[in-house]
Design a protein around this ligand. Structure first.
Ligand code: FES
Ligand code: FES
Length: 161
């Protein structure tokens, strides 16, 4: 066992993990942060995306030990303490950017990271960025629309699905 320590959602977190323990497992099973979903464990679906030192990362692709000392943010950190949704979360709600919701935490975390780097992405740029996020409900159209709306762009030209 190895002890890992990191900052998760602004708070110190530590635990004893096996060398093979994934960051996604550490977040979900050691810290109880089950908003980070695991859809594949094979780096394909993106349901497990979190931010590590400000970058969007599939948390099933790195070991908890690799995140030792890192600053990690999960979906649980995105709404304000009073429950007010962040701009991306609110836009997903307003534009029906989710159906079953399984992919949503990863989609939101990816979208937040995208908008940090590119505050006004085109539809094509959003679709390209989300290549690593799979929605098995296939709600991509409204997800893209929500992200454009969250960036303050006019989405009236995007037809309803
Ligand atoms: S659970 Fe990490 S990419 Fe699917
Ligand atoms: S909303 Fe169901 S997987 Fe995306």
């Amino acid at each position: 066992m190895t002890q890992v320590s990191m900052t998760v959602n602004g708070q110190a977190a530590s635990g004893d993990v096996e060398g093979r323990t994934l960051l996604s497992t550490f977040l979900r099973e050691h810290l109880g942060l089950t908003g980070t979903h695991v859809g594949c464990d094979t780096s394909q679906c993106g349901a497990c995306v979190v931010h590590v030192d400000g970058n969007a990362v599939k948390s099933c692709t790195i070991l908890a030990a690799e995140a030792d000392g890192a600053d990690v943010a999960t979906i649980e950190s995105q709404a304000a303490a009073d429950g007010t949704l962040n701009a991306v979360q609110q836009a997903f709600q307003d534009h029906h950017g989710l159906q079953c919701g399984f992919c949503t935490p990863g989609m939101v975390m990816s979208a937040v990271a995208l908008l940090k780097d590119n505050p006004s992405p085109s539809e094509a740029e959003i679709r390209a960025y989300l290549e690593g996020n799979i929605c098995r409900c296939t709600g991509y159209h409204n997800i893209v629309k929500a992200i454009m709306a969250a960036s303050g762009q006019d989405v009236s030209a995007i037809a309803a699905e």
